[in-house]
Design a protein around this ligand. Structure first.
Ligand SMILES: Cc1ncc(CN)c(N)n1
Length: 215
């Protein structure tokens, strides 16, 4: 079994908790209170800054030039494509102020940046993988279980359930598996632990938006 299949099995219970959480269920129905989505969007703009930087650090640290190029493109995608989604929502809601970073986003962003800078590069790659993969799976889950034709969060759903994000995710999974093949069992275990931690933080990120968790 390849590393990613096993890692995904490990986070099965976390993923199940994510798709059952009120934030995701209400996003799917379109009934998520605007205040919670706005909180999420503001925090996610901060998150994407940090995620993009973590990806750029990984790009500089990978051993293979093709992998480096892939991570440069992932970083660009996080900063340019996903931020465009935010900006369209910011405009739509008339939000001018970006708002300050709150504890869960602060913790997650710093976990990604410190892992990218200080841990072995394979661990850093595993740490950023849930940011692609969980979003892809959640996007697909929502897309195929949608009930409303008039969902105010449709653009968000279409971004993460879309083909382009699917291809990016496949690429990130394939790089992780190839790198894991060249690792020792101990190194693979460290990758899995980073993957699990980031998956837990994905849950916490949505939970903090639902509960509007501030300092
Ligand atoms: C918190 C979080 N995690 C992942 C993604 C998708 N790159 C995101 N936009 N926000």
């Amino acid at each position: 079994m390849n590393w990613s299949t096993k890692a995904w099995q490990e986070i099965g219970p976390i993923y199940q908790k994510i798709i059952e959480m009120p934030f995701i269920e209400e996003l799917m129905k379109g009934s998520l209170p605007l205040e919670k989505f706005q909180f999420y969007m503001v925090q996610d703009a901060h998150y994407l800054d940090q995620f993009g930087r973590a990806l750029a650090i990984i790009a500089a640290r990978t051993h293979d030039l093709e992998d480096s190029l892939a991570f440069i493109k992932f970083a660009e995608g996080a900063v340019v494509v996903e931020k465009a989604l935010h900006e369209s929502y910011f405009e739509g809601y008339g939000l001018k102020e970006r708002g300050s970073i709150q504890p869960t986003c602060h913790h997650y962003g710093h976990f990604l940046k410190s892992t990218a800078a200080l841990q072995p590069v394979e661990v850093a790659i595993a740490a950023v993988l849930p940011c692609f993969w969980i979003y892809k799976e959640v996007g697909d889950h929502i897309y195929s279980n949608q009930v409303s034709d008039n969902n105010p969060y449709q653009k968000w759903i279409d971004t993460y359930a879309g083909e382009e994000f699917g291809l990016i995710t496949q690429r990130a999974v394939a790089i992780s598996d190839r790198i894991a093949l060249g690792c020792t069992p101990k190194q693979r275990q460290a990758m899995t632990e980073a993957f699990i931690t980031a998956s837990r933080l994905e849950y916490e990120f949505w939970h903090s938006a639902y509960t509007l968790r501030r300092w």
